[in-house]
Design a protein around this ligand. Sequence first.
Ligand code: ATP
Ligand code: MG
Length: 424
Amino acid sequence: MADLQAPRGMSDLLPEDEAAWRFVRDTTERVAGLFGYSLIATPIVEDVRVFARTSGDESDIVSKEMYVFQDRGGGELALRPEGTASVCRAYLEHGMASRPQPVRLYYFGPMFRYDRPQAGRYRQLWQLGAECIGDPSPAADAEVIELQHAIFRELGLDDLVLRINSIGTAETRRNYVERLQEHFHPHLDTLSRDSQRRFETNPLRILDSKEDAAHLAVLEAPSILDHLSAEDAEHFATVRSLLDTAGVAYEVAPRIVRGLDYYARTVWEFEPPSEDGEAGGQSTVGAGGRYDGLIELLGGPPTPGTGFATGIERTLLNMRERGVEAPVAAAVDVATIPLGEQGPAAALRLAQALRAAGLAVRAGAPGRSLRAQLRGANASGARYAAIVGDDEAARGVVQLKPLTADGDQFEVAVGDAAAAVRGE
Ligand code: ATP
Ligand code: MG
């Protein structure tokens, strides 16, 4: 093996993976379009402050996982670890608040996190996501959840379990967080290091600790749902009733939280069902939440927003486990086989004409024998070989040889080749 390899935790998308990736991307585009969402593509790098201000220095993403570097001008940049902050930065930068609200956007692209690589956890990970910015209503939450759900359903993942919760607003959470600290205080020694640290910095996130998921103190923690304000509770009830109307099944899961202050009210996750049919602690395939405080952290006016991110590698993993077949990518229609002196130029013009007619053409290898080129044409899966030698070039014709179906080689005028290949 060569001594140079892809960076640890990062991988190549190979031709054999293409069909599945194309299926996920096309499905995302199609379903997002059906919901009236437009594509946004932000740079893969951002001013580090886009993430430092929003996710905060204490967050895992910023404190442990972010790739930060100086460019040659001395500016501090970060490889984006997630999409929402960038989309909100773009919303502000382009004055999207003056467009009809809400602004509905979706994205599809790589994110970077210095995570510990293992199955379903990489350092370059791809996410698809959507943001609905400018609408504080429960309808916006229900819409993005329904969109995320619809994309999963179209990909054959309708058995993923949707778990939703409300974490109130930063103000209504304050009281609950104090209750939580009182609750965890006597159990501190038996909680993981991470949870001990979170006890000081962000007690809410103890509830979402992977290490302590089975700890009695976590299981018996007071529920945030008992500490919601009347408005929070009404918002949550409306989200649930809209999901009921839309036929989107969910479980209410009071231990799902988002650790950051900018999150408000609705939060959710999609998880694979566990063996016994209930959502377990397996890797989350997608997650989302309402982030009403985020745009202010970027220096904008208070602006409500809600959205989700789905991990594409984990989506593909779940599709493979369920044997979901992606539609096969369109094969090559014609492989040209140029021979002799004049064949190559004639074959090149033939390929142009066929492509202009919408047919996929694999160019042959001038200078190689008919036999060798036929072998390559067969291996490519092309339906026809188009043989063009000196004689054909002189007469303006081509020999079409069916490769994937029975039938004899036949001669057609170059101008009739596209129709012949189409079987017209
Ligand atoms: P986890 O708890 O698994 O670390 P997270 O809370 O960091 O996930 P989010 O920031 O909510 O994840 O990202 C949304 C989705 O992106 C996740 O549900 C997951 O599918 C995917 N994802 C996150 N981190 C990774 C990673 N390192 N490798 C692959 N996919 C990831
Ligand atoms: Mg993570």
